[in-house]
Write a protein of this length. Structure first.
Length: 550
């Protein structure tokens, strides 16, 4: 008995109902050669650029070079167990990492796997590492601050939510300390922080985690760790993984901060991968797309408008220079991408200026938009005054005599410089910053000896907390200073100065006192020095002869 066409069509319809459209046909290839974290795979005719490839042993790779007869892939992780002839499968998806609230307080590797010994991370949400940056229409202007708690930065080079501010300087100039101070200062400020450690040794990353834990900052922080001992591929993808984790919170309408420490080592890792992938080297052996390496990462930082959630992602990339050379290839690339730079100079660091901020080169292209009104009111001319002071101080080394105005400017600049110093991991609240900077810029500290300025500041802060807490609370609440608050602040400083034993202040410092009598002449071994009528020194003073009487 034959089968009718109707029955065949019914069977086909039933099969179509059970068809799963999510299934993706995989392409299979074989490893031709492996070495230095790179696998050459024959086959994979349908592989896509940046596609995730599946290797034996639960290992994954990233297809980067699509050549005529093979695919060169970067292996993510260990590759010692891979051999020639092993099968490789395409997955049809891009590289992605776990995201979500569950990652807060954890230390993970660039693939999102926990490495802190606190158990698995229970999240089902993922986001791709690579993503097109938000367009101009979806953004809005940067108008709210990220308070770093560092007086020198909050007063002169403010950082706004959604900004990209570069931190640049030589080794051991305090770049990581600036990041950690900023993270520690976010307690109670509704800002999720992501710290990405690239190419550092494991001990340094452990110290960072311990410091944040001690200061209670891990409650709102994610650490993405790519150590120096790990393959270059993980150092390469680490910043993108941290950015994806921060973007999740931005898409939820929240504010996030990503600290990339540091992108110089990511550029080194990408150069290593590119050379082993046989990509042609260019300037300083970097590949031609090394600019795009950082631009596509930092452009994802944004302040979104209300129609798109109103969230923000702030980027604080770090670049390490060699011998203060900011004109090298990678530093100039990142300077041109970011919205300003905080330049930490080794000479200032060695001279005891902490943070070692070079006011002349450092700049924020957002400026006063990222400051509260109270800070703008008291710190308007501070940056210019300090830059002029540094120039005058360098010039005054060669000057034997200075006029009164120059001397007063140097005296005030020295005290303002002392006032901006602070210890690491001790961020200063906004109200205390405003009060201290107001005292410095208005001349209340001009009578304090330079060596006692920091002692004066510590005592002044204790006085304001205990005796005048209402003034600090009013500054915190209003975020601006009106005439009444100015008078209350001025009265509080005057009262404290009286208790501290400092004389009253003047808006313009008093000129150097002029003596009516000449200073005493030092005695030489044979009489006063420099009084010889012959111009010699140390000779006896001869009395003039009397004229003979006529």
């Amino acid at each position: 008995m034959g089968i009718s066409a109707k029955e065949i069509s019914e069977v086909i319809k039933e099969r179509l109902k059970d068809f799963d459209a999510t299934l993706v046909a995989t392409d299979t290839g074989r490893i031709v050669a492996t070495g230095d974290g790179i696998a050459q795979v024959y086959g994979l005719q349908n592989a896509m650029a940046g596609e995730l490839l599946e290797f034996p042993g639960d290992t994954y790779g990233l297809a980067l070079n699509l050549e005529e007869d093979q695919v060169r892939a970067v292996i993510l992780g260990e590759f010692g167990h891979l051999h020639e002839g092993d099968e490789v499968h395409t997955t049809g998806r891009l590289l992605e990492v776990p995201v979500g609230e569950e990652l807060i307080g954890r230390v993970v590797n660039p693939l999102g796997q926990p490495i802190d010994g606190k158990g698995p991370i229970k999240t089902t949400k993922t986001l791709p590492l690579e993503k097109i940056a938000p367009g101009v229409i979806t953004r809005q202007r940067v108008d709210s601050p990220v308070q770093s708690g560092i007086k020198a930065i909050d007063t002169m080079i403010p950082i706004g939510r959604g900004q990209r501010e570069l931190i640049i300087g030589d080794r051991f100039t305090g770049k990581t300390t600036v990041l950690l101070d900023t993270i520690i200062n976010q307690q109670g400020k509704d800002l999720i922080c992501v710290y990405v450690a690239i190419g550092q040794n494991a001990a340094s990353i452990a110290r960072v985690a311990a410091t944040l834990e001690e200061n209670g900052a891990m409650a709102y922080t994610i650490i993405v760790a790519a150590t120096a001992s790990q393959p270059a591929s993980l150092n390469y993808i680490a910043p993108y993984a941290g950015c994806a984790m921060g973007e999740y919170f931005m898409e939820q309408g929240k504010d996030a901060l990503c600290c990339y420490d540091d992108l110089t080592k990511q550029a080194w890792a990408y150069r290593e991968l590119s050379l082993t992938l046989r990509r042609p080297p260019g300037r300083e052996a970097y590949p031609g797309d090394v600019f795009y390496l950082h631009s596509r990462l930092l452009e994802r930082a944004a302040k979104m408008n209300k129609a798109h959630g109103g969230g923000s992602l702030t980027a604080l990339p770090v670049i390490e220079t060699q011998a203060n050379d900011v004109s090298a290839f990678i530093p100039t690339n990142v300077i041109s991408i970011t919205d300003g730079q905080i330049y930490l100079q080794s000479d200032l660091f060695n001279a005891g200026q902490r943070p070692a901020l070079n006011v002349g080169i450092s700049v924020s292209r957002v400026g006063g938009d990222a400051q509260t009104k109270a800070m703008r009111q008291v710190a308007g001319q501070l940056r210019l005054d300090l830059a002029q002071y540094r120039e005058l101080a360098a010039f005054a080394q060669f000057a034997s005599d200075l006029d009164t105005q120059t001397r007063n400017q140097l005296e005030r600049g020295a005290r303002l410089t002392e006032l901006l110093k602070q210890d690491k991991y001790q961020p200063v609240p906004l109200a205390e910053q405003v009060a201290a900077i107001y005292a410095g810029t208005q001349g209340f500290v001009d009578k304090v000896p330079v060596a006692r300025v920091r002692e004066w500041e510590a005592a002044f802060v204790r006085f304001m907390r205990s005796e005048r807490p209402g003034v600090l609370e009013a500054i915190d609440k209003q975020k601006a200073l009106d005439d009444t608050l100015f008078e209350r602040l001025k009265a509080a400083i005057s009262t404290f100065n009286h208790q501290f034993g400092v004389e009253g202040y003047s808006e313009v410092p008093d000129p150097a006192p002029k003596t009516s009598t000449p200073p005493p002449t030092p005695e030489g071994p044979s009489g006063p020095v420099g009084t010889s009528p012959r111009g010699g020194e140390g000779g006896e003073v001869k009395k003039p002869r009397k004229k003979a009487a006529k």
